[in-house]
Design a protein around this ligand. Structure first.
Ligand SMILES: [Mg+2]
Length: 256
């Protein structure tokens, strides 16, 4: 691995003292970022939507059928592979020679109607300077369906899925290396948003800024910023660093 990033101080952003005419110190670490990389599931939509519950249920059905075991036994295999391989898919491919295509198609064939449309999130992502990319352990076609349901399909210049990483999932370093090479990402001017803290360790080691989107009150040391809600975090970041003086966001926050 290349040069390690300098030691960093983790902080949880408090609601107070976030708005102002100057970029606060906590947000200044993002002022040089020109590439913004977003995980998809439970990051670009809130976990309360429980979209991933549908995928979980379809994964256990597929594993149960593929291994010819009960649903409960499939759960045991899946839990084991989540720990040992990062994902159900990686463990099933490695331990059972499962072909990925049929699995991925089956588990992503779900109901997208619970996803709320969010014009506000779209405008916040648009306000970030530079490139915006999605990188998910799902597939690109699935990610595009999620983005369409959220009203975010115009926000990203590229969407990368597990098929662009030779079916190796985050958090494996090889997966990040393949996708970041495809996307021509310069880590020292990039930031990554994730709800799974394991998937921020490699990006942090490469010198990227890392944002942990989670209700967890504790985050690993390699996390630069943590917030339970992406929209709220971006609202504060944009207002602090990237809002235009005559912009709608600035006007909205001027009343606070
Ligand atoms: Mg996720």
């Amino acid at each position: 691995m290349g040069e390690l990033a300098a030691p960093r101080k983790r902080f949880a952003i408090e609601p107070a003292a976030l708005f102002g005419t100057n970029c606060p110190m906590d947000f200044d670490q993002f002022s040089h970022i020109d590439t913004w990389i977003f995980d998809l599931d439970n990051t670009l939509y809130p976990p309360k939507v429980r979209l991933f519950d549908q995928i979980e249920e379809k994964m256990r059905l597929f594993v149960s059928d593929f291994l010819d075991v009960s649903l409960e036994e499939a759960d045991v295999f899946r839990a084991q592979y989540w720990r040992s391989h990062g994902t159900t898919l990686a463990g099933m491919m490695d331990q059972h020679a499962m072909p990925p295509e049929a699995f991925l198609h089956f588990v992503h064939d779900i109901d997208f109607s619970p996803l709320p449309h969010s014009a506000e999130l779209s405008s916040l992502i648009s306000a970030l300077p530079g490139r915006k990319i999605v990188y998910t352990n799902g597939t690109e076609p699935y990610a595009r369906q999620v983005l369409q349901a959220r009203g975010l399909e115009q926000n990203f210049e590229a969407v990368y899925g597990i098929e662009h990483a030779s079916y190796r999932p985050k958090p494996h370093a090889e997966a990040f290396a393949e996708v970041f090479a495809r996307a021509a990402v310069t880590p020292h001017s990039a930031a990554m948003f994730e709800d799974d803290s394991r998937n921020l360790q490699v990006p942090a080691g490469l010198g990227m800024r890392t944002v942990y989107i989670s209700p967890d009150r504790v985050a690993p040391d390699y996390v630069d910023a943590a917030h339970q809600d992406l929209e709220a975090f971006l609202s504060q970041l944009v207002a602090a660093c990237f809002s235009k003086p005559s912009g709608r966001l600035h006007e909205a926050h001027g009343h606070i």
